[in-house]
Design a protein around this ligand. Structure first.
Ligand code: GLN
Length: 562
């Protein structure tokens, strides 16, 4: 029989974007480092059934699990910090809860009852929490939003009930708040935290532990003040000082005693956490042997959260290669129009590598194609992910195969030369939510390919999120012209990876490898891409060092001229 799961309930107060997701993920990392099995859940109070149809501007990245759930980006943090492999069950929204309750009501399952928020909605929330966390020693359950929001009330009420119906040793409540430094007063202020805890207590939840986000350590006197006003023991007031490297957070929280407090509250006998690996990567992050500049040509360049997993996967590649990454987010629309050639040269000329990430719709597409062409022709390492792979195929078809109007069925440019198109099974899809090719699919690699060398294996599995595919009618023409299809579905029906062997590094993949990269296990495609960028940088600086000195007028300097 499996042991009973113990719960760490994580809520947030004062402001959003306070780092609750990273705090939850770090708790997961610390408890796992103590030898316990952990799982995570995220409860999102919005009414969408899942974030799949939300704009990245609204929501940031949509993270995809192996079983094809489109989820909140915090699940990405949880999977990066722990070895938990999350499923559909790990992300619950208000929409999902109401959808279930209403369909039960229609089926007559509540016959006779007036269906209400308490107990029906809260029961459904609790049932999802119990079902989604079964089997783990510790489940870290995070509620999205900020205490005080109307939307989050049913979730917080469900947590209150969960706390009451389990033994005190089985549930610990962690509240994440902000302790701002007010420059004019020259001090840290605890009032927002006091108010936030008061808000929690009004709902009926007394936090056991406070994680106080701050830009400098909170002195013990101030911790005592917070303790006094919020009814939380002083040793349970934890400062979470801003970190340069997010993977340092587990170490910072451990140094503050967080995991010891959680373990003692939950009455868990476990070893001290084994944190050598985390220390090693933080060391590597802080002491890189040089840097490389990687350009990301996208549409959502002003909101970094849209490319969260991608950003982290590149950082992981840098950790493996021992270099830091300078990110250059470039707006694809700036690379379009009449002076695109000089715009591309200006924006991309100094880069060590170019990446086009996933995306949807027409906007910025021609700019991305211009960037891909530049990278291909100038032998700059290129990595295309999902849309970035599809556009690499379009660029190759247009400029190498001579298929002048090559395009994707996704774009409304009037072209009928669809080298990227919808497979028949997608033609009949009318609902937008949850109907793409989603989740893990196996892929077999051509053994002579660069992809196979990079993976060190011919059989892989990667996560997908797209509707369109490479059109098989063009496969032969593309490969004859030098764009080989090095990875396909095992039945050879779908192209999953393309590459140009005759280029320092030109790879496109139809899936999203960034979802499977971990700081402690960087994804091979990202590691290889960063390595190619390192080589590119070294080649460039060698060329600069060995170039003959520039001579005005083209004449050799004459010693006599001095
Ligand atoms: N828009 C493309 C498709 O649906 C690519 C999607 C993506 O990049 N995730 O196939």
């Amino acid at each position: 029989m499996s042991r009973r799961t113990k719960f760490v309930l994580v809520t947030g107060g004062v402001v959003s974007s306070i780092g609750k997701g990273l705090a939850s993920a770090s708790i997961g990392a610390l408890m796992e480092a103590r030898g316990l099995t952990v799982t995570h859940m995220k409860l999102d109070p919005y009414i969408n059934v899942d974030p799949g149809t939300m704009s990245p501007y609204q929501h940031g990245e949509v993270y995809v699990t192996d079983d094809g759930a489109e989820t909140d980006l915090d699940l990405g943090h949880y999977e990066r910090y722990t070895s938990a492999r999350l499923t559909k069950k790990a992300n619950v929204t208000t929409g999902r809860i109401y959808e279930a309750v209403i369909s039960k009501e229609r089926r007559g399952e509540y016959l006779g009852a007036t269906v209400q928020v308490i107990p029906h909605i809260t029961d459904e929330i609790k049932a999802r929490i119990y079902e989604g966390t079964v089997g783990a020693d510790i489940a870290i359950v995070e509620v999205g939003g900020t205490v005080g929001d109307i939307e989050s009330l049913p979730f917080l009420e469900a947590l209150r009930q969960l706390k009451i119906e389990n033994s005190v040793e089985d549930v610990v409540s962690v509240h994440v708040t902000l302790v701002p430094h007010i420059a004019t007063a020259g001090e840290l202020k605890t009032k927002p935290t006091q108010h936030s805890v008061r808000e929690m207590r009004q709902i009926g939840i007394q936090p056991d532990i406070l994680i106080c986000r701050c830009d400098r350590p909170i002195a013990s006197g101030l911790k005592e003040k917070i303790s006094l006003f919020s009814n939380v023991r002083a040793e349970c007031v934890i400062s979470a000082v801003d970190v340069k490297c997010i993977y340092e957070l587990p170490l910072v929280l451990h140094a503050e005693g967080l995991d010891t407090e959680i373990a003692s509250r939950l009455n868990i006998w476990s070893r001290q956490p084994e944190l050598a690996e985390w220390k090693r990567i933080v060391e590597r992050f802080k002491n890189p042997e040089g840097t490389v500049t990687i350009g990301i040509i996208g549409k959502y360049v002003h909101l970094k959260d849209c490319y969260k997993s991608l950003h982290e996967a590149l950082v992981h590649g840098g950790l493996e290669q021992g270099v830091g990454i300078d990110f250059e987010y470039i707006d694809a629309e700036d690379l379009e129009g009449a002076d695109s050639v000089s715009a591309v040269q200006k924006a991309l000329g100094g880069l060590d590598a170019v990446l086009v990430p996933g995306g949807f719709g027409d906007r910025g597409v021609e700019g991305k194609i211009n960037a891909i062409r530049f990278a291909r022709e100038q032998s700059i390492p290129y990595f295309g992910i999902c849309l970035g792979m599809q556009l690499a195929v379009i660029e190759y078809a247009r400029n190498v195969c001579g298929i002048r109007k090559a395009s994707s069925e996704e774009f409304s440019d009037g072209s009928s030369q669809h080298v990227i198109h919808l497979m028949p099974d997608q033609h009949d899809v009318t609902d937008k939510g949850g109907t793409m090719r989603l989740g893990a699919y196996p892929c077999k690699l051509n053994e002579d390919s660069r992809a196979a060398t990079i993976y060190g294996s011919a059989d892989i599995s990667e996560r997908h999120r797209h509707r369109f595919e490479l059109n098989n009618e063009y496969r032969e023409q593309l490969s004859e012209a030098g764009l080989i299809q090095s990875g396909t579905s095992p039945d050879d029906h779908l192209v999953e990876i393309v590459e140009v062997p005759d280029h320092p590094h030109f790879i496109g993949c139809q899936f999203h490898p960034e979802f499977k990269s971990r700081p402690l296990a960087p994804h091979p495609l990202f590691s290889a891409f960063v390595q190619a960028a390192v080589v590119q940088r070294a080649t460039k600086s060698e060329a600069i060092n060995t170039d003959p000195p520039e001579v005005p007028g083209g004449e050799a300097p004459s010693p006599a001229a001095n």
